[in-house]
Structures are given as structure tokens and as C-alpha cells.
Write a protein that binds this ligand. Structure first.
Ligand SMILES: *Cc1c(COP(=O)(O)O)cnc(C)c1O
Length: 452
């Protein structure tokens, strides 16, 4: 009050305006300067660096429900949700209480526990094609192991993957991968030898003739086709019904296994997975993200006769010191049980419609080319007219405009994925009011973009 006394009304207004414009990220900047000395690029996963949008990443202090709070005290509506797992929002009381309870039982024994069977039962009950399951510690481990299993079970070497689909940083799958690899335009990584990727055939997503002609040539040599049933890692891209039928056709005709990578989509687009929406019956399914409820869990599961090939039931080697540890299983159990009981999917569908309709109509008003792909609580806004159906069409997006939009949203307290080629996620903790505020922020961002 004393300080304000000497200021005129217009000076106060100027001061408030300055504060609004100068969004303070100085503590994050300082933390990043230290981190780059300690961690390559200052991060433990490239998707977290703001490489595609310029500037430095924001350091998070804590989160609650759908709100993120950074180390400078700024507050954001979170649309990243740890890149997928946090479908219940952050710190959901059921998950937190369950973890607190288990913490005192011990964190890892390297011996079987009841928690593993409990989570296995939930996954097997939820996803029709899964009859047995093996838990691992990440999505990458799940897809890596699923590929080994498919090769071991079929006695074949070749695998098929689709351009722009990301299956973790498995050597043989790190070819034409999406996610951070797409963002950085790194089609291949140094350190991945020609030998390891030689048996990986890359095709375009949704390209039925491409798929069928490959199988006519060498279908009987192909162990597996691995795919994202709804792609999230080149931005959200939806599988056409014809492509879905073609996958089932090659599965039935050539004895090739379908590996449905539901690390992102499992328990996200539907409780029973994207495969339940598509009517697919894959031989092997991989999981991650949501099934760990924010702790490191991955899993692969599928047909009993195939899963029985895994050591010690069979001969395909795969192991893990911390696999199925009590804390990780507990977070997964609490999350999946809550999802099963609350069934948030109709609510998420409604919020998703509200967000897409709101943002698209704001863009239209300002004549900004924008299109959206969405399945339930998973979606991407592409800065182009569309349609986006594969990597080639996704890559036509205006990434410079995306970067501009991203920062304008950050400055209004909306935290979106920091790349055009990622999906954003809704959680059960989002409210209609959060969506309205986000649409208003987008509208303001678009106004500034066209008026600059
Ligand atoms: C995130 C993701 C992975 C990798 O999972 P990590 O836990 O990051 O190793 C694999 N496949 C898909 C479809 C993903 O979205």
C-alpha cells in the first residue's frame, strides 16, 4: 500500500501489464543451465527438451489434478499428462493412498507377489486378445521383448513397421520412428547398425496396396507387423477401416503375428484398448504408460500358446530385476481399478469434442489453416488444412507456426506437448471450465498470430 501510494493509476496499470507480458521463467532457466552440465541436453528423454519450439524446458515443481506448477510458481493446465500415463490427473487420492500403504511392505523382493497376479488379472479381463501377460519396466522393454517373442515363436526374422510409428528406442525399431525422432528429423540413430535394422521393413501407414504387395513378395518370411492402432507419435493419426482389414488379412493368410502397440492407446482411447474400437484381434499387445499409473511399468501379453514361449515356460529369454515390483504394480492396480469403476470415457469424449470444436472454430475465424485428429482423450491439432493420414501428410504441417502458438499458450498457462508431432491428452481431472479457458487462450493466441 505504501509503495503504491506514489504511483499514478496509469503507472499501476503499466506495471500490471509488464508483469503479464514478462512471464517469469528465470528459475527454470537457471535450473536448465545447471542440468545441461549434468545430463546430456539437460534432460533424461529428448521429448522433454523444447528443441522443436525453441527456448528451454520448464522445470516442474509439483502437480495436482490437472494443474502443473513450475519452479517459478507459474501454474498451467496440463495437456501432456506425463506423455500419457496420468489419465486420472496428478496425485489421484486412490493411487496415492494405495502407494502409501504399500510403501511400508517393502519396495522390491525379486520374488513373486500377489500384486503381479492382481494386475495381470485386470489386464487380461480388460483386453479380450490378452490371455497371459509379462510385466516389464517400460514401453520400450515391452516392444523389444514382443519382437523377440514373435521371432522366437515363428522362427522368422523379418518385421514390418510403419513410417512415423514409434515403439520406443529399440534398435531394430528405431527406423523412420516418430516422436522425438520425427521432431528432430532423425530417421535413424547413430549406433543402430545396418545389421540390426536390416530385417525391419518400413511401409507407409494406411497404405493398403503397399502392405499387400510386400506380403505377396515375402509374406512367409515376416514374423510380425508392429503398429500403433491409433498413432500418437507423428501426432494423432487414425487407422482407416480398410487398413485394419488388410492387417487382419495378412495375419490370417501368412501366419504373420500382429503386434498391436497399445503403450499409448491402452486404457486411453477405451478401457479395452484401441483394438476393441477397431475390431482387431492381435496376437501380441504391448502396454505401458497408463498401466503403471505414473510409475515405470510396461507389459506384453497375448495368445496363451505364444506367451508360453517365454522363459521359464518356454525358451525365449526375457528377464528383469525390478519387473513387477510392488510399488509399480500398486499404482497400476489402483489406476486401472479406478478407470474400470468410474468409466470416464464418455466424459473424456465430451471434453474432447468441446476442445476440438472450440479450437477449430477459433482458427477458422482467424483464417488459420488447422485440422484435428482425435480419438477420445487423445488428439493433435495440425497447422495445415489436412487431412493427415500418414507421416508424409503429417510432415506438411507449419511447424514454425506451431512453435509460435506453443509459447503463446504457455504464457497463458496452458501446457501443451512441445512438438507438432505429438498427441495431447485429456484426463478425468479436466473440467469443462478448463477446456473453455483453453479455447479462449487459443483464440487469443490466434488473434496475436494473424495481427503480428
Ligand atoms: C511411449 C511409447 C513407447 C515407449 O514407451 P517408453 O515407456 O517410453 O519406453 C512405445 N510405443 C508407443 C506407442 C509409445 O507411445
Amino acid at each position: 500500500m505504501l509503495g503504491i501510494k506514489s504511483l499514478s493509476f496509469s503507472e499501476i496499470q503499466k506495471k500490471i501489464e509488464r508483469k503479464r507480458i514478462m512471464f517469469d521463467l528465470s528459475k527454470s532457466q537457471k535450473a536448465f543451465a545447471e542440468a545441461v552440465q549434468l545430463l546430456p541436453g539437460g534432460v533424461n528423454s529428448p521429448a522433454r527438451a523444447f528443441g522443436a519450439v525453441g527456448g528451454n524446458p520448464i522445470f516442474i515443481d509439483h502437480a495436482e489434478g490437472v494443474r502443473l506448477f513450475d519452479v517459478d510458481g507459474n501454474e498451467y493446465i496440463d495437456y501432456v499428462g506425463s506423455w500419457g500415463p496420468m489419465i486420472l490427473g496428478h496425485g489421484h487420492p486412490y493411487v496415492t493412498q494405495a502407494l502409501e500403504k504399500v510403501l511400508h511392505s517393502g519396495t522390491s523382493f525379486g520374488a513373486p507377489t500377489l500384486w503381479e497376479s492382481e494386475l495381470a488379472k485386470i489386464v487380461i479381463d480388460a483386453v479380450e486378445s490378452v490371455e497371459m501377460v509379462r510385466f516389464v519396466n517400460s514401453g520400450t522393454e515391452a516392444t523389444m521383448s514382443a519382437i523377440r517373442l514373435a521371432r522366437g515363436a515363428t522362427g522368422r526374422d523379418k518385421i514390418v513397421k510403419f513410417a512415423g510409428n514409434y515403439h520406443g528406442h529399440v534398435d531394430s525399431l528405431l527406423v523412420a520412428a516418430g516422436s522425438a525422432a520425427a521432431t528432430f528429423s532423425v530417421p535413424n540413430s547413430p549406433g543402430v547398425t545396418e545389421g540390426t535394422s536390416r530385417d525391419t521393413v518400413i511401409l507407409a501407414y494406411n497404405d493398403v496396396p503397399g502392405l499387400l504387395s510386400l506380403f505377396e513378395k515375402c509374406g512367409s518370411e515376416i514374423a510380425a507387423v508392429i503398429f500403433e492402432p491409433v498413432v500418437g507419435n507423428m501426432g494423432c493419426v487414425i487407422m482407416s477401416p480398410e487398413f485394419c482389414d488388410a492387417l487382419t488379412f495378412v495375419q490370417k493368410t501368412y501366419g504373420t503375428l500382429l503386434i498391436c502397440d497399445e503403450v499409448m492407446t491402452g486404457f486411453r482411447v477405451a478401457y479395452a484398448g484401441a483394438q476393441s474400437l477397431l475390431g482387431l484381434r492381435p496376437d501380441i499387445t504391448t502396454f505401458g504408460k497408463i498401466i503403471g499409473g505414473g510409475l515405470p511399468v510396461g507389459a506384453y501379453g497375448g495368445r496363451r500358446d505364444i506367451m508360453q514361449n517365454i522363459l521359464p515356460a518356454g525358451k525365449v529369454y526375457q528377464a528383469g530385476t525390478l519387473s513387477g515390483n510392488p510399488l509399480a504394480m500398486t499404482a497400476g492396480i489402483a489406476t486401472l481399478k479406478t478407470l474400470r469403476e468410474m468409466n470416464p470415457y464418455p466424459y473424456l469424449e465430451r471434453l474432447g469434442t468441446q476442445l476440438v470444436d472450440g479450437v477449430l472454430s477459433a482458427a477458422k475465424k482467424h483464417r488459420i489453416p488447422l485440422c484435428a485428429n482425435r480419438v477420445g482423450a487423445m488428439m493433435t491439432f495440425f497447422f495445415q488444412d489436412g487431412p493427415v493420414t500418414d507421416w508424409e501428410t503429417a510432415a506438411r504441417s507449419d511447424t514454425a507456426r506451431f512453435a509460435e502458438y506453443f509459447w503463446k499458450m504457455i504464457h497463458q498457462g496452458v501446457y501443451f506437448p512441445c512438438s507438432q508431432f505429438e498427441a495431447l491428452f485429456l484426463s478425468a481431472a479436466h473440467t469443462e471450465d478448463d477446456i473453455s479457458r483453453t479455447v479462449a487462450a487459443a483464440e487469443k493466441a490466434f488473434t496475436e498470430i494473424v495481427n503480428k
